[in-house]
Ligand binder design. Sequence first.
Ligand code: SF4
Length: 349
Amino acid sequence: MRKDQTTHIRPHVDSEAYAPARPSITDQFGRTFNYLRIAVNEKCNLRCIYCMPEEGVQFNPKNEILTTEEILRVVKVVSDLGVNKIRFTGGEPLLRGDITKLVGKSTTTPGIESVHLTTNGVLLDRYAGDLKESGLAGVNISIDTLNIEKYIQITRRDELVRAMEGLEAAKTAGIPSIKVNAVALRGFNDSEIVEFVELTKDYPLTVRFIELMPFDAHQIWKTGKFFSAEHIQKELKDHFPNIKITTGTATEHFIFQVPNYAGKVAVIPSYSRNLCGNCNRIRLTADGNIRNCLYAHNEFNLKELMRSGGTEEELKELMLSAMWKKPIDGWAAQKTGSDSRESMTQIGG
Ligand code: SF4
């Protein structure tokens, strides 16, 4: 038994004399994980070409997807282990009818300081008010182009207008943190960098340019569309020579602000993976598997343990050992074998 980690929480240890105020989830490289990304479904109302084919992928049947109670149990378990930030992702999380309940209950879980959501925005105009009421702290809206024709080309759906209405609804509802995620694609939206940055002029939102990642069955990323964080930054500085470096979250490795603009611009090296040293993220797939890295293939089945009567201590034990085994970075993680997940919609991003 590894002395350093599990002894913190074994019930028979005299916690007063030993355990710190709140245990924490760490790995063998000294990183601490306080941020859990929970995929609440796999289904989506878009068909982005770098994510899945028109016909979709092999989705799990409903009974294999975590229930409301199971998700909230996991939130409680990790909050006891020092996690203070939750993000709900998908698929498209707004397709799940209990999403405002999940947000509301999570925000009132002791130890959870903020709850966030990543959505494609198409249904956001319907939910923004309720989500704000339920205490949602932040929303990331995935919009890869501001051009209707291009949007149809990349998502295979004519939904840009609704996605932009979703963005406006988030502003109107007063959701504290609003971010626009744009996957940077060479020869596709690299010509729209200025338009995207202009979204940050009058409103304090963050535009995040994200490197394309190899999580699509058809390997679109091999077709020369990869646009590196380095090149994105060069383009930004070419168009905005007086752009300044500023501060952001752990993921926002490179973050800037145009002088006198209200918002910020971030560049996420999600493929280059030079942000792994500060990684603080845990992932839970919609079918209840812990992924200790986005690129890792060896998963840890929390659902099975929950459905076979696992105790809180056993769930914590599994979470702790899963993260203790986290590889040093995404490159090492990519070498941890293979899994059946062919699309980002099955991982949760
Ligand atoms: S690639 Fe893995 S280790 Fe690196 S930042 Fe992403 S999740 Fe963390």
